[in-house]
Design a protein around this ligand. Sequence first.
Ligand code: SF4
Length: 322
Amino acid sequence: MKDNILVKVEHVKTYYPIKGGFWRKTIGFVKAVEDVSFHIEKGETLGLVGESGCGKSTTGRTIVRLLQPTSGSIIFDGKNITSLKGKELRSMRKHFQMVFQDPYASLNPMQMVGDIISEPIRNYTGRSPRETKDEVVHILEKVGLPADAYNKYAHQFSGGQRQRIGIARALALKPKFIVADEPVSALDVSVQSQVLNLLKELQREFSLTYLFIAHDLSVVKHMSDRIGVMYLGHMVELADKQNLYTNPLHPYTQALVSAIPVPDPRKRKERIVLQGDVPSPIHPPPGCVFHTRCPVARRECQEVKPVLKEVRGGHQVACHLY
Ligand code: SF4
């Protein structure tokens, strides 16, 4: 593994079992993530985009081992964490944290902010109460919250401030890697850019590596160095952001990019509107999973699954056209 790679995901599948019948036996699987491989370099932000249900959140949760992958491997900072359990997983957890979409749901509104942020410090380090409090006040300042937030309850804060509390909690153990799962989509547009800019500042200051998950392509573009596009559990395209937005190769990415609003009417291109619905991840189509909606599908697309391959300078695509 190259030294500058922090996260390496190899052929990861994450399936959710479907239980049914009197004995609650497994009668099928939701194939949420299907054979996904990519890496993230140290200090980089990799964006993941796709419609809801495409597997991007499950991918993020699998990498930080909130979910057990069904198969494949996850290498974090040179260590295989795929099957870690118990104490070993707990000790690795301080290196990777998650910022969740909904700050209302992910924080206990009846807990004081100081307790929310000190909890991981108390659980994972041998710091004294005094040192812990100093550390929490320092983190509050870093995320732009006043020191008196320490003694207030999470429910006393606005949405944007609550997300700052969520970010402070994620930072408490000085992680190397953060999965930010739709961190601004529950917030007012007016505060979204403040939170995004805060994430960028913190990345610079603490040399953080991000997996940034969002359905909004403009937000992902603002944040990411490279971007992966997911469709029905598959990674269909992966490229640096400039290439992805100016020269999208996969027909699904082309449709997503064509839907981004362009303020200048002279630069607007025709929007590609996809027909039909996303198929069920319980019974994904054979061949290319996008063939049921692809405007340029051919016969082989119905039978042969395209693999993600590099077509030029780091630009990868899974499509028989290339
Ligand atoms: Fe469309 Fe075929 Fe390419 Fe799939 S492989 S995106 S169906 S052209």
